[in-house]
Design a protein around this ligand. Structure first.
Ligand code: PMP
Length: 344
């Protein structure tokens, strides 16, 4: 990895972040809050939330076994994806590398920020093209996007290959672990201190079942986490979100994750036996990528049955593929029945 100072955009290095009304307050017995031009009448929402999300970060850090100072919280992990470009990539000048196919927001955020994104096609059976990813990088490559387990292919990449990229890539490696709770292997969070160029993204939208409240996490070295804190909007996580996630962190998500994984295996086996299905790709996520003989027609038939899946058949590398999220058992039954009865 290059020195962090060489990777960060000069304007971000020099940035003096916005200081909120409460930043200068060092604690003490305040009874009367007249500093932030809020409405004084309590309705549960009239005060600004903690801009640093201290209590929530303390609890998440304890749960994840990291230091709170290594954590950035965003409005979904989508916020962290956008901020990574804004911190590291000079528009019109720097570039990023990603695998393809992968999660679409790496492309959208690159285009929004006027940053060139170099996509490297996955290998046979969606294998990680490690050498080609390294070869695609040059002096101006700041970010490498890896999604593992990958969306939409569903597979997790081998630990040794990811390690090699972390060691040999000269910029920041953003490892998106949105689906890690459904995977067989544990992911890289426990090894954060080993790799100063590692940024791990996780989310409360999937295994935690809180897509509606929009909370994503980025884990990184302290200097990198501080850069995210510097460029974010002051109050990027609203009060109800901070409170409701803090309250739900004691929930045991393991039984639900186990059921979704077992449903995934049941569905994978049953779908593989359907006449219209050519291939069910192995999945470490809460969805299956399924190649079918007539994807557009099957998609329409599913819609007519009231079931919507994601048609990925026009994405390079995914011809004929539908991506099917694992639902509740009865929902999976309806999906399965419809696919079983479909004749290509
Ligand atoms: N990363 C991946 C790989 C995803 O598939 C998604 C959502 N589909 C996200 C990130 C975004 O998650 P969030 O809801 O935290 O913004």
């Amino acid at each position: 990895m290059k020195p962090l100072d060489e990777l960060v955009r000069p304007n971000i290095r020099a940035l003096k972040p916005y200081s909120t009304a409460r930043d200068e307050y060092a604690g003490g017995e305040i009874t009367t809050w007249l500093d932030a031009n809020e409405n004084p009448y309590d309705n549960g929402l009239n005060r600004y939330p903690d801009p640093h999300q201290r209590e929530l970060k303390r609890r998440i850090a304890a749960l994840k076994g990291v230091r709170a100072s290594q954590l950035f919280l965003g409005n979904g992990s989508d916020e962290a994806i956008d901020l990574a470009y804004r911190i590291f990539c000079q528009p019109g000048r720097d570039n990023a590398v990603s695998i393809a196919p992968t999660y679409g927001m790496y492309r959208v955020a690159a285009d929004t920020n006027d940053v060139e994104l170099r996509e490297v096609a996955l290998g046979a059976d969606f294998s990680l093209p490690t050498d080609a990813l390294l070869a695609a990088a040059d002096e101006r490559t700041k970010l490498l996007w890896l999604c593992s387990p990958n969306n939409p292919t569903g597979n997790a990449f081998p630990t040794g290959e990811i390690e090699r990229l972390l060691r040999e890539f000269q910029g920041m490696v953003v490892l998106d672990e949105a689906y890690i709770d459904f995977a067989a292997e544990p992911g890289f969070l426990g090894r954060l201190d080993e790799f100063p160029n590692l940024i791990i993204l996780q989310t409360f939208s999937k295994a935690w079942g809180m897509a509606g409240i929009r909370l994503g996490m980025a884990f990184a070295s302290e200097p990198v986490a501080e850069l995210f804190a510097r460029v974010k909007y002051p109050y990027n996580i609203n009060g109800p979100t901070q409170r409701s996630v803090a309250e739900r962190l004691t929930a045991d998500i393991a039984p639900q994750v186990a059921e979704l994984r077992s449903e995934r295996e049941r569905l994978a086996q049953a779908l593989a036996a359907c006449p219209a299905v050519e291939r069910v790709y192995p999945s470490d996520a809460n969805f299956l990528l399924v190649r079918t003989a007539a994807s557009d027609r099957l998609y329409d038939v599913l819609i007519a049955a009231g079931v919507i899946v994601r048609n990925r058949s026009r994405i390079p590398g995914c011809a004929g593929c539908l991506r099917m999220t694992i639902g509740r058992p009865e929902e999976n039954d309806l999906l399965l029945q419809t696919v079983q009865n479909f004749r290509p």
